[in-house]
Ligand binder design. Structure first.
Ligand SMILES: Cc1cc2nc3c(=O)[nH]c(=O)nc-3n(C[C@H](O)[C@H](O)[C@H](O)COP(=O)(O)OP(=O)(O)OC[C@H]3O[C@@H](n4cnc5c(N)ncnc54)[C@H](O)[C@@H]3O)c2cc1C
Length: 359
């Protein structure tokens, strides 16, 4: 590092915390402003399932996102290793399951994933599994499902442990943090005019007024405590009415998600969504009947109009980072390295991942 820089990170959800941590760790002076609280209640990051599933996501997204996901799966362990508190990270693959009557619909998706996997390293090739192999992978699901697809390289992490560990790192590095500090662009421009080298706008949907292509995509998600369920890896259930995933977190907590609704409505979850998510979970494993509902949450995924992530330099000292959409955890390390390269004059990664947007 040539000389320590003075940086402001605007928004401390996933991207803002990760960036503030990396900058402080590298010896820069960092100030953080977030509209909400240290627990991240204002962020999509707090309620996310935090699955790291590049191949599964390849069915619905563009290739640069898949590449960022692959890159990030290797980067997460290094990043987590430098944090002052443990963060659950797992890479034991994920399972795609379907009931017999949905086999035709599943075949289309399965075929697509096999084709897409040809562009990834051989270790990522999906494996078709039948009942006897399911017994080894997820014994409690083998009675109900005769077949499925195992995506062996996919992972997940614990989002809340990550947010906490990043916060602890910021505190240890004596980062100047301002919670409940919802600043407008005019405030920020004024602050940035006095000796600040860089402002990083990581406000997610909070940046809508200043980046018109930003929109929110509503997601409803449920957290259950289910001591009678023992599922080890993320499971996606193909279902014509209720496509669903279950992401197992430590201490037999399961994240059941998620709806995806084109709306920036953050009101509480609807009865319909709640019933659908819980019914689908119960249809996957009857042990969810006695689970306890810990939380039912709603948040907005920050998306750009093409549903792809982007970075843009809106003024000489401001980088805006947005559009992480439903892939934030999947791609955050790649975004981070692209931003760090950019401020050091190297846009190779930003170009490789097609992140550069015009202001
Ligand atoms: C239901 C759901 C499930 C998801 N599951 C997954 C998953 O399995 N895998 C995956 O990879 N991704 C998942 N995501 C997506 C992921 O959570 C997001 O992509 C990611 O959190 C976006 O990060 P961000 O930092 O851009 O925004 P956020 O995490 O939303 O953070 C934005 C921050 O900016 C702050 N802010 C807003 N306005 C202002 C202001 N004016 N001044 C100061 N601060 C402000 C907010 O308080 C917040 O803390 C999911 C999201 C949802 C909603």
């Amino acid at each position: 590092m040539a000389k320590p820089m003075q940086c402001i990170v605007w928004g401390a959800g996933l991207m803002g915390r990760l960036l503030a941590h990396a900058l402080a760790h590298a010896g820069h002076r960092v100030q953080v402003h977030d509209a909400a609280d240290p627990q991240g209640y204002g962020s999509a990051a707090r309620i996310a399932a935090s699955m790291l599933a590049p191949l599964a996501e390849s069915a619905i997204t563009e290739w640069p996102v898949v590449q960022m996901g692959q890159y990030s799966l290797d980067r997460w362990p290094e990043l987590i290793q430098h944090l002052p508190a443990p963060v659950f990270f797992q890479q034991e693959g994920s399972l795609l399951l379907w009931h017999r009557q949905d086999a035709m619909q599943a075949k289309t998706l399965v075929d697509k994933l096999f084709v897409n996997s040809k562009n990834l390293p051989p270790a990522c090739t999906p494996v078709s599994v039948h009942a006897d192999q399911l017994i080894e992978l997820e014994p409690e699901l083998s009675g109900k499902f005769q077949q499925g697809l195992w995506l062996p390289r996919e992972g997940q992490l614990d989002n809340r442990q990550l947010l906490d560990a990043l916060l602890q790192s910021l505190q240890q590095h004596k980062v100047d943090i301002h919670w409940y500090s919802a600043l407008e662009m005019s405030d920020m421009e004024q602050m940035a005019s006095s000796g600040v080298d860089w402002v990083f706008d990581c406000r997610g949907t909070g940046a809508k007024a200043d980046w018109p292509q930003v929109r929110g995509v509503r997601g409803e998600v449920i957290r259950l405590h289910a001591p009678q369920v023992h599922i080890r890896r993320p499971v996606r259930l193909m279902h014509p009415r209720y496509p669903l995933y279950i992401a197992p977190k430590p201490d037999q907590v399961y994240v059941i998600g998620a709806t995806e609704i084109e709306s920036d409505d953050t009101s509480p979850a609807s009865v319909r969504s709640t019933l659908e998510l819980l019914s689908a979970a119960y249809s996957l494993h009857s042990g969810f009947a006695e689970a306890r509902i810990l939380e039912i949450n709603t948040q907005l995924r920050p998306a750009l109009n093409n549903n792809l992530p982007g970075i843009r330099q809106s003024s000489p000292r401001m980088l805006q980072i947005n559009g992480l959409y439903r892939h934030g955890f999947l791609i955050a390390p790649a975004m981070l390295d692209a931003v760090l390269g950019w401020i050091n004059g190297d846009t190779t990664l930003a170009e490789r991942f097609q992140l550069m947007q015009k202001a």
